[in-house]
Ligand binder design. Sequence first.
Ligand SMILES: *Cc1c(COP(=O)(O)O)cnc(C)c1O
Length: 415
Amino acid sequence: MQDNHDRKWPGEPASPKGRAWQDPTRAVHGGPRPCDQRGLINPPVDRASTIIYDSVEAYMDRHQGLYDEVIYGLYGTRTTFALAEAVSELEGGCNTVITSSGTSAIALALTAFVAGGDHLLVADCVYGPTRKFLTDVLARFGVEVEYFRPDIGAEIAGLCRSNTRLIYMETPGSQTFDMIDVPAITAVARSRGILTALDNTWATPLFFKPLAHGVDISLASATKYLSGHSDCLLGTMTAASDAVYRQLKDAAARWGNCASPDNCYLVHRGIRTLDARLERHQRTATTLIEWFAQQPEVVAVRYPAHPADPGHAIWKRDFTGASGLFGVQLDGLTPPETSAFFNEFSLFQLGSSWGGFESLAVPAWPAPIRDFPNGEADGALIRIHAGLEAPQDLIADLAAAFARVRALRGQGQAS
Ligand SMILES: *Cc1c(COP(=O)(O)O)cnc(C)c1O
């Protein structure tokens, strides 16, 4: 059989990689060129633990290659580095560390830079497990965590101390979709030498560029939109500078965090269609929100792209699009009404991850774990993920759910 190793493959496309490309093109062509991987369009899946060396000299020096070479399976194979390259291009970052999950990316980014005695400022609207990590793990190591109101803006200066090491943000916030004034906060942080990190899972780098807004580390659960197919887990930590990248890579290595090459392949493949999928998620979310807004039981919609959302002005200034996840505040659902609403959907499914092709609906009660009020009313805040189904089918499913609730309320009034 002919071995292809020595064959010459066609070179790069007319526009050299990364130069003056728009994001949709970057998503389609990001990472190594086919001519650098034997003509393959997507990176091959390299699985390995042991890597062998040519000489004892190369073996002894291997750890110098931690940051950009394949030296041991734990630290990544070519498949991992290929995805890191594609994500870095989209985030506009210096380099990216791929981790086993979004949760591990958050935990590693936090531990990479803080030590006992440090003070950490964290947005009150962060993802629940981020909060658990801070309380259950970092606090045990003597790190002091203080939450701030998501709308704090430049007033964050008043909370900064001499031992404040890092400001951690997530926007829009989990469940409540709060918008944070990122440039106002990063300006304060930079003037004081404080690092900033931001969970960019909701927007993806196609709709928001944290690093261009002064953030040092952009984090994401690649499990969500980057993968897009609800069947694998991965996280990304993209650094604005090489020094930050090296510290993140060291942390991932020391904690033994490994991203599976198979999942790296799946996420890289998912990124190829990210732009097309997000456009559709956004369009369907907008259609569903217009429909929700007409229902008398709906008190508020939480989606920063909606003109009535309190975070709309910031979203419009800093973001270039909105994804398919939003919140709907109903006028209070009793437990039986909640069951009637959620248990008989035919398309919407109950599940906590999102960003895949399928629509999801779950109830959310963020208030008990928050330090500050978030405008939540009694009853369920519903979190909807608008999937790629036909919007008319989704609306029919939602209309039936509202009809079930109205039937229960009607019975209550009749008795
Ligand atoms: C889901 C999610 C995560 C965690 O991602 P996993 O890959 O499931 O560990 C982190 N941040 C946000 C905002 C998320 O929604």
